[in-house]
Design a protein around this ligand. Structure first.
Ligand code: G6P
Length: 608
């Protein structure tokens, strides 16, 4: 979603801002803009469409001023257009502001400001902020921003520059992340460390309700009650290399191929083979409470919600603790019935998804233990939960989540194993699952060797307009995830279903034009899935089956098969999802789709 960058120092701001905006492209956006202070004027440019267009537009201009701020916008209030793109300015054109988040009471504020004579240019909620600052400005910009923010409801991460105080940038946040990069006589700002990591790894994370004045040499932080706040410098937990494509055509392919390493990283130091259990340092302080939970509610969105569904199967099977899985967007608004013996766990790659964050806040308000499974270190969910586990999958740039998903399932398997061993699971069974977990990275590597074959299947897929994905038990959520991957990036309508439910509706759609992907590994429901395959075949459907190596029964029935190595039933999702990720990827490539930045999607959904 929207991205923010800022720079103050000795160098011209424009190249640094443009570069930072490019690094944020992966998050999804529809327009972009910059504002820079140059020779005592506020220079501003913005444009609908890709950053490349903006770059062409300014390439012949000689703008070498500083400080500057930049923004990529993902439209919420008002269509994607030049006028609605950020930065926005006040009536005098002396203050410029970029904003991530949503100002919920903007209509009322806009009316009041218009009544006082302020003239609005855009349809955005954001523009009220800059007019409020203008209204409050006397001779102290920080004080005016503070007063303005005290009036707004909603979420914001903002940067402000002004001709009134041209040697500083102001930043403030509530609910939308902002990080300050500390350089040598220069400072960088961004909504995501990826935008600044090539300049510095020394960063200061801003907290909610903080407002910070940044010059090239110093930082002064206050909270919205106007009290001084002391900030400390931390190290960004990734480097430039980890956010580059490294020769791959797309980030998504790179991230699919990284999975042997990333799943291993998620297990590293946590899996205890001899004892047949796992140890998760981040949960130690709350372990006793978690272990005694009467119920676990896992809440998430998108791909993370699919991982949560697998978590439900894993934890119920191995630890016999009842688990419920809730879309975070539903959980937060339905006044859920929670008791003190419940635990709520949020799963989020970014750690910033607005609904998941709100769900965690709702849980904490009700006094239950709140846990987080996040990939992004220092993210809002990671910081606002009582305890949690990092996935250690490294930065995920492709909008369609792949390596984060397998790391989420690995991490959930570790939690289920550790809980299970303290409840019902024997040491022998624990050791067997631990051994299987250890062999997962090697097995993923084996599946990746079939990539060329999967590419040939993808070519056939690319001519279709719809597809059905079926799975049962542990692999039902994988059917959902496979279908989601396909529709996200190739725009082929795909639906995931529990295989047996096919008879209650989707079977009406089956004919030779409906490819059906069936996950049919040898687990407890293998025979049942074979019956489902027969039902599809009897209606002329075309079948791609994901099967175990050396399967003969399904080979005879399916049109195409992809083989995966055998593992413990409960761990099969970590393997079965990999061919489906590749299938979606190559199908999108055949269809010439923008794989890493699919239309209308955002990597991190920071608005509800
Ligand atoms: C967006 C992304 C998905 C992701 C979902 C949840 O929709 O495009 O890939 O699964 O948000 O994101 P989270 O960061 O909370 O896992």
């Amino acid at each position: 979603m929207c991205g923010i960058v800022g720079y103050i120092g000795k160098r011209p701001a424009v190249p640094i801002l443009m570069n930072g905006l490019k690094r944020l492209e992966y998050r999804g956006y529809d327009s972009a803009g910059l504002a820079v202070i140059q020779n005592e004027t506020l220079w501003l440019t913005k444009r609908k469409g890709k950053i490349r267009g903006l770059e062409r537009q300014i390439s012949s201009l000689n703008i070498d001023g500083t400080p500057g701020i930049g923004h990529t916008r993902w439209a919420t209030h008002g269509e994607p257009s030049k006028i609605n793109a950020h930065p926005h300015t006040d009536c005098t054109g002396r203050i410029a502001l970029v904003h991530n988040g949503i100002i919920e009471n903007y209509r009322l504020l806009k009316k009041q400001l218009q009544a006082k004579g302020h003239v609005f240019q855009s349809e955005t909620d954001t523009e009220v902020l800059v007019h409020l600052i203008e209204m409050f400005y006397k001779d102290d910009l920080g004080a005016a921003i503070l007063k303005a923010l005290q009036l707004v409801e909603g979420t914001f991460g903002i940067l402000v520059i002004s001709l009134y105080e041209p040697d500083r940038i102001f930043a403030a946040r509530r609910g939308s992340p902002l990080v300050i990069g500390v350089g040598d006589g220069e400072m960088f700002l961004a909504s995501d460390g990826a935008a600044i990591v090539e300049h510095t790894r020394n960063v200061i994370y801003m907290e909610d309700d903080e407002i910070v004045m940044i010059s090239s040499e110093e930082i002064q932080a206050r909270n919205l009650k106007d009290e001084t706040v002391i900030k400390s410098v931390e190290e960004l937990p990734f480097d430039l290399e980890s956010i580059q494509k490294e020769g791959y055509a797309h980030y998504m392919l790179k991230e699919i191929r990284e999975q042997p390493r990333t799943t291993l990283d998620s297990m590293r130091g946590r899996l205890l083979l001899e004892e047949g259990t796992a140890k998760l340092g981040g949960l130690q302080n709350v372990w006793d409470r978690l272990r005694k939970s009467r119920r676990l509610i896992i809440t998430a969105c998108g791909t993370s919600w699919h991982a949560a569904l697998i978590g439900e199967y894993l934890i119920e099977t191995l630890a016999r603790i009842p688990v419920e899985v809730e879309y975070a967007s539903e959980f937060r608004y339905r006044d859920p019935v929670l008791s003190e013996n419940d635990t709520v766990m949020a799963i989020s790659q970014s750690g910033e998804t607005a609904d998941t964050l709100a769900a965690i806040r709702e849980a904490r308000c009700k006094g239950v233990l709140a846990l987080g499974l996040c990939n992004v270190v220092g993210s809002s969910i990671a910081r606002e939960t009582d305890a949690g586990v990092y996935l250690h999958a490294g930065p995920e740039i492709g909008v369609a989540s792949t390596k984060a998903f397998t790391s989420q399932v690995v991490t959930l398997a570790l939690i289920a194993l550790a809980l299970g061993r303290e409840r019902f699971l024997s040491a022998e069974d624990g050791r067997s699952i631990a051994r299987e977990l250890k062999s997962i990275p090697e097995k993923i590597l084996g599946i990746l060797e079939h990539a060329d074959y999967i590419r040939t299947i993808a070519e056939k897929f690319s001519h279709h307009h719809q597809a059905l994905y079926l799975g049962r038990g542990f692999n039902y959520p994988v059917a959902l995830e496979g279908a989601l991957k396909m529709k996200e990036i190739s725009y082929i309508h795909a639906e995931g279903y529990p295989a047996a439910e096919m008879k209650h509706g989707p079977i009406a759609l089956i004919d030779k034009n409906m490819p059906v992907v069936i996950i049919a590994v040898r687990d407890g429901v293998y025979d049942k899935v074979i019956s489902n395959i027969e039902e599809v075949k009897a209606r002329g459907g075309w079948i791609l089956a994901v099967v175990n190596q050396n399967d003969t029964l399904i080979r005879e029935r399916a049109d195409e098969i992809v083989e995966i190595p055998v593992t413990a039933n409960c761990l099969t999702p970590i393997l079965t999802v990999v061919p489906l990720q590749l299938l979606a990827y190559y199908t999108a490539v055949y269809k010439k789709c923008d794989v890493d930045q699919p239309r209308n999607l955002a990597k991190s959904v920071t608005v509800e």
